[in-house]
Design a protein around this ligand. Structure first.
Ligand code: NOJ
Length: 490
């Protein structure tokens, strides 16, 4: 999401008044205005800390109709006029389906020890159920072998948003039966790769793909109905528990978690109502799929009782959702301020949210707030009894490109500073007790940024989408030095 979309979304919820109304109440940074200082030189990471990068199938692979792959909701959405900026599609993306060896060689050159990637359901089970497409399996098998040969741990995300269109045609995530289909698909992937992949994320950002896909319609499949979002989210909660058990039955030693989008939140004022609203935000945005896995029930995300009927909650569902995830993945990008909205805001949750602007902003308008990674990691560590945590994503969009006079150089100081400061704050969270085992920069490559198309570049490596040439940015070279020394002052 970019700032424009985010603002529209927040402003719509807030009746447009939120920004000025609460500006005075933003929490003050410890050092006064702007970002609090960070300790770069003192940052330390545990032995064996896994330095990595992350990508996702639709965003990098391309080959949208090759080797038996069917269409996903993102193929359909991207090919629908007006849905994606510039009409961009993932038809070719970074062409990683054909160039994965080059990508792995770059990771190796940068001393990466972990590669987070996702499997496209449409490649391995084109109808979303039934027969397996061996050619699709073979691609991921080759990719995993290439990573292992380079000494890089494959971390496989089972689902990063590219639902088979065939399943959307039958009702998509709001249709509860999908949870069983998903567990079958997860079993297929585990059978195929489980002898070599030991770390798995079942879902990527379940709140984002259910809310933006079914609630706000900004992402595929573009439906706009809050009740559909609640139903989709419930199916995903069931699917997470069911897939966990199915995968463990095949690979008992597999370490299985999910990657959750999380934003640390502060109340707009010290009023009780705003505090309660901020807690509702935390419940539905950050832990709606984690609390359920741990406790087998929904967190207090709603004003009053949870709308169980709307969600399609049935007796026994608590047990299905419950799963002792082996680790917690956190995707951190920015923070939120939240205010109570009375009867306004979203149905059932009734709060308004916005992103503060104390820190500098990235190319897509997201506030840079390194302290946020400390805050959210520390909070989750406390609330969930010090679980194993991996940062499954963290990164920023800036548009720096190769210099005309020296095309091998991409000076991107702001991205370098972004990573340096966030990592310093992560080291502080570790020092204060959080058990963080790895960190994945989003992303290895500039890639397809969903509804923003190719307009936002999150890569450590610049991709020229005209000829697919890859050029490591200054931030990438720096991150490579960090990975080989586990120090930030390099
Ligand atoms: C989170 C998503 O998982 C990823 O697909 C996306 O590109 C990044 N955020 C940046 O928006």
């Amino acid at each position: 999401m970019n700032r424009r979309t985010f603002m529209n979304y927040s402003a719509a919820l807030a009746g447009g008044a939120a920004f000025s109304r609460f500006a005075h109440a933003l929490p003050l940074a410890s050092s006064g205005a702007g970002m609090p200082p960070v300790d770069v030189a003192g940052a330390r990471f545990p032995d064996g800390f896994l330095w990595g990068t992350a990508t996702a199938s639709y965003q990098v692979e391309g080959a949208w109709k090759e080797d038996g792959k069917s269409l996903s909701i993102w193929d359909t959405f991207a090919h629908t006029q007006g849905k994606v900026k510039g009409g961009d599609t993932g038809d070719v993306a970074c062409d990683s389906y054909h160039r994965y060896k080059e990508d792995v060689a770059i990771m190796k050159q940068l001393h990466m020890k972990s590669a987070r990637f996702s499997v496209a359901w449409t490649r391995v089970q084109p109808n979303g159920f039934g027969p397996v497409n061996q050619k699709g399996i073979d691609y991921y098998s080759r990719y995993v072998d290439e990573l292992l040969a380079a000494g890089i741990r494959p971390m496989c995300t089972v689902f990063h948003w590219d639902l088979p269109q065939a399943l959307e045609d039958q009702g998509g995530w709001p249709k509860r039966d999908l949870y069983k289909r998903f567990a079958d698909y997860a079993s297929i992937v585990t059978k195929a790769l489980g002898d070599r992949v030991s770390t798995w994320a079942i879902f990527n950002e379940p709140w984002v793909f259910t809310y933006l896909g079914y609630g706000s319609g900004i992402h595929a499949p573009g439906r706009r109905n809050f009740d559909d979002f609640l139903r989709a989210a419930h199916t995903v909660n069931l699917a997470q528990g069911e897939a966990f058990r199915a995968m463990k039955a095949i690979a008992p030693k597999a370490q299985i978690g999910s990657a959750f989008s999380m934003a640390p939140v502060a109340p707009a004022t010290q009023s009780e109502a705003d505090h309660a609203a901020a807690e509702r935000f935390h419940a539905i945005n950050n832990v709606y799929f984690l609390y359920t896995a741990k406790h087998g029930k929904y967190p207090d995300a709603f004003v009053g009782e949870a709308p169980y009927k709307v969600m399609g909650f049935e007796e026994g569902d608590g047990k299905i959702m419950q799963a002792p995830l082996d680790w917690v993945g956190i995707n951190y990008y920015n923070r939120r301020i939240v205010a109570d909205a009375g009867q306004g805001g979203n149905p059932y949750t009734h709060y308004t949210e916005w992103m503060p602007a104390e820190g500098p902003v990235t190319y897509n308008g997201w506030e840079v707030w390194p302290r946020g990674i400390y805050d959210i990691v520390s909070r989750i560590s406390k609330e969930y009894d010090r679980p194993i945590i991996e940062i499954t994503e963290n990164g920023c969009a800036y548009s720096d490109a190769p210099l005309n006079e020296n095309p091998a150089k991409v000076p991107d100081e702001r991205r370098l500073a972004f990573y340096r400061d966030h990592l310093a704050e992560l080291a502080r969270a570790i020092k204060d007790g959080a058990d963080v085992r790895g960190y994945h920069a989003w992303s290895l490559l500039d890639n397809y940024e969903w509804a923003e198309g190719y307009s936002q570049r999150f890569g450590l490596v610049y991709v020229d989408f005209r000829d697919q040439r890859r050029t490591i940015k200054d931030s990438g070279h720096w991150y490579g030095r960090v990975a080989s020394t586990s120090r930030l002052d390099v």
